[in-house]
Design a protein around this ligand. Structure first.
Ligand SMILES: C[S@@+](CC[C@H](N)C(=O)[O-])C[C@H]1O[C@@H](n2cnc3c(N)ncnc32)[C@H](O)[C@@H]1O
Length: 224
């Protein structure tokens, strides 16, 4: 089966058109991020809805995000949290964190987003050492070369039943191209291999196409 490369994007636009208008705070957060020159590497509308749906379906109250950018995915997740729920999101770039904080301040769901300006591995290791309450869902979407480290730390911060979601694990299929050794692709391969063989993780990997090209999510449930 062959598919015109333009079709997945057109289908994404069709699907978005079938649904209620995008939330105002998401539209505004994207516009502010774009105006500030942040890279367009955040989740698509449907990927954001999927994350929001995962938070709602799992009844998550404490969400962890590694890689905030302008805060768009954090806001998608925050909107499904109960009043006392929180998304703890970690960002190392001050310029990204500043825009994310502006986006949170402008959103009716932003009070549930707690931004940590820090190196993700350091923040996560500190939380493990401090014994913070477990997270119900973790979304890993930062520097791909450290995916395994983030997944290990997310597992240490999880409880049985928590979900760990890792973005960008297919990379246009490059993960099966042995000639492709760039650190992002290697980071995707490594985390799939680690998650797929971990005795405490039940893993499903979903290939996706659309606005963000051909890529995919790894979704794992933490077992007892
Ligand atoms: C793909 S973007 C995140 C997109 C965001 N999750 C969304 O969908 O709206 C990755 C972000 O991770 C941040 N990042 C990269 N390395 C990091 C690190 N070591 N610690 C924390 N954040 C990091 C980058 O600065 C960038 O803003």
């Amino acid at each position: 089966m062959t598919t015109d490369p333009a079709t997945p994007l057109a289908v994404d636009q069709f699907i978005v058109g079938l649904q209620p208008a995008l939330p105002d705070d998401i539209v505004a957060a994207r516009a502010r991020s774009e105006a500030a020159g942040l890279p367009a590497i955040g989740v698509s509308s449907e990927q954001g809805r999927f994350l929001s749906l995962l938070v709602a379906a799992t009844g998550a109250r404490r969400v962890l995000e590694v890689g905030t950018l302008g805060g768009v995915s954090a806001l998608w997740m925050a909107r499904s949290l109960p009043e006392a729920g929180q998304v703890h999101t970690i960002e190392v770039e001050p310029a990204h964190a500043r825009i994310a904080q502006e986006n949170f301040s402008a959103s009716p769901h932003g009070a549930r987003c707690v931004l940590h300006l820090d190196e993700a591995a350091k923040a996560l290791a500190r939380w493990v050492a401090q014994g913070v309450a477990p997270f119900d869902l973790a979304f890993i979407d930062a520097d791909k070369k450290n995916n395994v480290r983030y997944a290990e730390l997310a597992l240490a911060l999880a409880r049985p039943g928590s979900l760990i979601v890792v973005d960008n694990v297919i990379r246009s299929g490059r993960i099966i191209d042995v000639a492709c050794t760039d650190e992002n692709t290697q980071g995707a391969r490594d985390v799939l291999s680690w998650m797929g063989s971990h005795p405490r993780l039940a893993l499903a990997v979903l290939q996706t196409v659309g606005e963000k090209g051909y890529d995919g999510f790894a979704v794992a449930r933490v077992q007892a």
